[in-house]
Design a protein around this ligand. Structure first.
Ligand code: AMP
Ligand code: MG
Length: 397
C-alpha cells in the first residue's frame, strides 16, 4: 500500500497548469491570478485627502478663529486656496485644498457665523497623504491564493478593471453503479440515490474547478469504457466514483487499463483504500471509492490538491490545528484514518469529538463535522486525551 504522501506526490507530479484567461474584476472571486504581484500604476490614494468631515486649515493658525472661505466635497475638481487666517469646510475623502496642511474634525469646531473656533492640532492631523497605502511603482503582492473580496478591492483601487487568471480546470464526473438513481426520481427495489455526482461536483466548484457531470454508468465494462472515453474529451481531469474495488462488478480499473494506463490503486488511507489513479487519453483519471464519505474524503486528500496545482496554487488551502480527542475512536491499524470530528476551541486548546459514527457509509457525520482528525498508521484508535493534527474544513463551533 502507498502512503497518502507518496500517492499524492505521484498524482501531482507532471500535472499541467491550465491556461490563462483575461476576465473582468467583477467575475474574479475565487479565481487564481496568473501572477501574484502587480505593479502599481498610480498612488493610492492618488492625492492627499481628508480623513474626517471638518475644516481644512494651516496648523500654524491653530488654535484660532479663521474665516470660512469655502467648501470642498469628495470628488471636487477645483479647489479654493486656504490663505493664512482662513479655513475651508472639507468632507471625508475630499482633496486637501492648496495651503491647508491639517484637518480639524467638525466635532472639535465651534461655528461662529463667518468664522469658526478651532482648537490646537498637530500638523498633518486627519490628512491622508497621497500614496499612503500604495506608491506608484510599488510591487503589490497578492496572497498566493484565489482572489477574495479584499484582494479584489486592492486591484480595483489600483484602477485594474481586468485581471489575468487561470482558467477553471474542467473536471468530468462519472458515478458508476447498477444501483444508482438520480435524486428526485422514484427508487426501485435495491436502488439508492446517487449522492456522489452532485457532492463531487460541488467539491470541484469549491476547489475552483468547473464540473462536467456525465450520466450515471451502470456496472457494465463496455459502458464504463465508453463513458471514460467521453469524459476524457475536453476535460482536464476525470473523477470516477464506485467500481474501483475487486468485486465481480467492479470494472473501472480494467477500463482505465484498457484505454490508457493504470498507475496504482492501493493507498493506506481510511476511508478510501481502493482508489485508482491513471491516465486516459493523456488526461489524469482518478477512481474514488463509491461510498459517499470515502468519495468526499479522498477528494479532499487527492483531488482538491490536484485542482489547486493545475491553477498554480500549492497544498490544500486548509488550516490545520492540533486537537485533543475527547473520546476513543477506533480505526484500522494499518491505515491512516481521517476521522470526522467536531472541533471546538477551549481554554486548553482545540478539542475533537466524533461527529457521529465513523463508518464510511455514514454520511451525516461528515456533514456534521468541521474537521478531519488525522490518526496515523500503526495505531488501532485515536486515544482519549491524545493530541492529533486536524484538517479544518468549516467554521469552528
Ligand atoms: P463501490 O465502490 O462501487 O463498491 O461502492 C461502495 C458502496 O458505495 C456501495 O454501497 C455503493 O452502493 C455505494 N455507492 C457507490 N456509488 C455511489 C453513489 N454515487 N452514491 C451513493 N452511494 C454510492
Ligand atoms: Mg459499485
Amino acid at each position: 500500500m502507498l502512503s497518502v504522501e507518496d500517492a499524492r506526490e505521484r498524482m501531482l507530479s507532471g500535472l499541467p497548469l491550465v491556461e490563462i484567461e483575461r476576465i473582468t474584476l467583477d467575475r474574479c472571486l475565487g479565481r487564481v491570478p496568473a501572477s501574484f504581484c502587480v505593479t502599481a500604476a498610480i498612488d493610492v490614494p492618488p492625492f492627499a485627502n481628508s480623513a474626517m468631515d471638518g475644516f481644512a486649515v494651516r496648523a500654524a493658525d491653530l488654535p484660532g478663529e479663521p474665516f470660512i472661505v469655502g467648501e470642498v466635497a469628495a470628488g471636487a475638481g477645483s479647489l479654493p486656496t486656504v490663505e493664512p487666517g482662513t479655513t475651508v469646510r472639507i468632507m471625508t475623502g475630499a482633496p486637501m485644498p492648496p495651503g491647508a496642511d491639517t484637518v480639524v474634525p467638525i466635532e472639535a469646531a465651534t461655528e461662529l457665523g463667518v468664522r469658526v473656533r478651532l482648537p490646537d492640532a498637530p500638523i498633518g492631523e486627519f490628512v491622508r497623504a497621497a500614496g499612503h497605502d500604495t506608491r506608484v511603482g510599488d510591487a503589490v503582492e497578492l496572497p498566493a491564493a484565489s482572489l477574495g473580496p479584499a484582494a479584489i478591492a486592492v486591484l480595483a483601487s489600483l484602477g485594474i478593471g481586468e485581471v489575468e487568471v487561470r482558467r477553471r480546470p474542467v473536471v468530468a464526473i462519472l458515478s458508476t453503479g447498477d444501483e444508482l438513481v438520480v435524486p428526485g426520481e422514484p427508487l426501485g427495489p435495491g436502488q439508492i440515490y446517487d449522492a456522489n455526482s452532485v457532492s463531487l461536483a460541488a467539491a470541484v466548484v469549491e476547489a475552483g474547478g468547473e464540473p462536467r457531470r456525465q450520466a450515471i454508468a451502470t456496472d457494465d465494462a463496455a459502458l464504463i469504457e465508453q463513458s471514460l472515453r467521453e469524459g476524457s474529451q475536453g476535460s482536464d481531469l476525470l473523477v470516477v466514483s464506485g467500481g474501483v474495488s475487486v468485486g465481480r462488478h467492479d470494472h473501472v480499473r480494467a477500463a482505465i487499463e484498457a484505454l490508457g494506463e493504470l498507475g496504482f490503486w492501493r493507498i493506506a488511507v481510511q476511508p478510501g483504500k481502493p482508489l485508482a489513479f491513471g491516465r486516459v487519453g493523456g488526461r489524469p483519471v482518478i477512481g474514488l471509492p463509491g461510498n459517499p464519505v470515502s468519495a468526499l474524503v479522498t477528494f479532499e486528500l487527492f483531488v482538491r490538491p490536484m485542482l489547486r496545482v493545475m491553477q498554480g496554487l500549492l497544498g490544500d488551502g486548509r488550516a490545520r490545528v492540533v486537537a485533543c480527542a475527547t473520546e476513543r475512536m477506533a480505526k484500522d491499524g494499518d491505515r491512516r484514518a481521517y476521522l470526522r470530528v467536531r472541533l471546538t476551541a477551549s481554554e486548553d486548546g482545540y478539542r475533537a469529538e466524533p461527529a457521529g459514527g465513523q463508518q464510511s457509509s455514514q454520511l451525516r457525520p461528515l456533514a456534521a463535522a468541521n474537521a478531519l482528525l488525522i490518526v496515523p498508521e500503526g495505531v488501532a484508535a485515536a486515544e482519549r486525551g491524545h493530541r492529533y493534527e486536524a484538517i479544518v474544513l468549516g467554521a469552528l463551533a
